[in-house]
Design a protein. Structure first.
Length: 294
């Protein structure tokens, strides 16, 4: 090369700035040497394992929930059928016994259009409350016709397992309550007696004897007032008792149909034996076998 010595020709040229950058690992514009990558170390971080643990626990919890819910649903189906049958029998037995003591009590109108009247239902519910029944239990039993012919599986499909479990629990509670109420049905007789007595007020006048030529005329005036909220016809026995409560004589009386609030007067003992006339003057008069009808 002209103008250059042999020694100068053999010398290495100093690296340019561009080459220096490339050799140091810096990325060139033309895609030279790449940067050094950092090693992956996130698995060593606590937050990574916390996330993994949460995910694992969540999946495990979901599986447990599904298994438990499946078992509860199967149990609800089985118990629904059994408890429905149990309360159906228990409520039928109780209602039969209650209608019997209702009729014996003297109250009018157990049935209305072939079903228990509203008054009868109210007194029946009051009886059940003595044995622990609440509105929810009574309502569940009253609405049992809604589930006639429905199996537990059908109920779950239509109502959901949660509602079926609730119904089944109420059926079981109701069955125990209705069985106990039927067994001790006589405890409800006072409820019916109070209801009957609230429908009428009865008061007695003075027993009178009027001497006649051949026989004496006798009478006891009895006032009867309908204090109920509908029309009733009343009948009852008036018993005359001595000071020891022993029966002297009795007589049966009845009224016409009285509207609510109406009062009537009837007579008792319009004929008594001469041997009892003096006794009845000082007797105590009490009502027996009161009965209403409409």
């Amino acid at each position: 090369m002209e103008g250059t010595s042999v020694l100068a020709q053999n010398k290495k040229k100093a690296p340019t700035e561009k080459a220096a950058k490339a050799s140091s690992g810096e990325q060139s514009v033309l895609g030279g040497a790449k940067k050094d990558r950092k090693p992956v170390t996130f698995y060593k971080k606590a937050w990574f394992w916390i996330i993994i643990a949460v995910v694992v626990l969540g999946i495990a919890g979901l599986i447990v929930f599904l298994v438990i819910n499946s078992n509860l649903t199967a149990e609800a189906i089985e118990k629904f059928d059994d408890n429905y049958d149990a309360v159906s029998d228990a409520s039928s037995d109780f209602n039969s016994s209650f209608s019997s003591i209702y009729s014996d009590s003297g109250l009018a109108g157990y049935y209305s259009s072939y079903n228990p009247s509203e008054r009868a239902k109210g007194l029946r519910n009051k009886c059940l409350e003595k044995f622990g029944a609440n509105d929810s239990i009574i309502k569940t039993v009253d609405e049992m016709d809604d589930y006639v012919g429905m199996t537990g599986e059908m109920a779950v499909d239509e109502l959901g397992s949660g509602k079926v479990r609730e119904l089944s629990d109420n059926f079981a509670k109701a069955a125990d309550i209705y069985k106990n109420a039927k067994k001790n049905i006589s405890d409800c007789e006072s409820i019916l007696e109070d209801a009957l007595n609230s429908d009428v007020e009865i008061s007695f006048g003075e027993f009178k004897v009027t001497e006649g030529r051949w026989y004496n005329d006798t009478e006891l005036k009895v006032k009867v007032k309908n204090t109920g909220d509908t029309s009733y016809r009343f009948s009852f026995t008036v018993e005359a008792q001595d000071e020891d409560g022993k029966k002297i004589d009795d007589d049966y009386v009845y009224t016409k149909t009285l509207s609510a609030g109406e009062e009537a007067e009837v007579k008792a003992f319009d004929y008594v034996s001469s041997s009892n006339e003096e006794k009845l003057k000082s007797a105590k008069f009490v009502v027996k076998k009161l009965k209403e009808s409409n």
